[in-house]
Design a binder for this molecule. Sequence first.
Ligand code: UDP
Ligand code: MG
Length: 309
Amino acid sequence: MLSVILPAYNEEKMIALAARTISGILRDAGIGYEILFVDDGSRDMTWKEICRASEEDPGVVGLHFSRNFGKEAAMFAGLEKARGDCVVVLDCDLQHPPEKIVEMYRLWEQGYEVVEGIKEDRGEESGLHRFAAGSFYKLISRATGMDMEASSDFKLLDRKVVDTLNRMPERNVFFRALSFWVGFKKAEVSYRVQERTAGESKWSTRALIRYAITNIGSFSSAPLQMITILGFVMLAVSLVFGVISLVQKLTGQALGGFTTVIILLLFSSSLIMISLGIIGYYMARIYEEIKGRPRYIISEIRRGGKKES
Ligand code: UDP
Ligand code: MG
């Protein structure tokens, strides 16, 4: 059986369409399935729609979060509750073309354990956005040692991989990078990002920046190492200025240089502040992990139109 996981946040217009499209495609292909909608604490009628879909199709399962925990948490909740021999994760706005699921499934039948959906193009994005996304992926690619530029959350994972991911103890998870990091036998399927047909994107620029920082923090300690490098740069600079001021002192030309002192003071203290901030950020992350709170809280599960506890 194949489990299809669809994280949904305020997607009332997409639920019925997604359920029907995906079940139609899988039924035509003769693939046994369950469709797991994870309602990430939506404020609209998403949960009602999911309940209705599960009454219509016993293969539809609904998980309801007690509040919005974010897409990563929603995907991991789906992975934990999925019962299939393999699992596909895709967006419920159908921007990941569901026809490709069949292609992925056939590759899985040939023995591949991870089938990556690779974006053919990134769609239309502004210059600044592209630059920011580019640097983000460069950092993450360096941290995972794999090229993540064209990767997405659209993936098929074998049961073995899902179990491995479920055993990961960390609270702050980054699905895309973790599924690279675990390894396993990989295949790729390329797809074209579709236009959203209804509803709107849930990502504001602020949310995207927060997402990038969180994921860099959970996958890379490069910012901490940068502090050390900065420290050495400052040391070199201060050596040069130290020699200069010593020479001035010895040749009796001291006194000037007040501006230099002020600039150096301001510069180094701001560097120290930034460094403390970065260290503080990582400390906060350690604190979060150590508290060991659950990644998400499920308030209701619906299987085959019935409540399950
Ligand atoms: N999503 C979610 N929780 C959130 C934000 C988004 O589960 O807090 C889901 C959303 O319902 C959709 C997917 O993540 O299925 C991708 O979101 P969206 O289409 O808004 O992102 P974009 O395609 O614009 O990157
Ligand atoms: Mg989308």
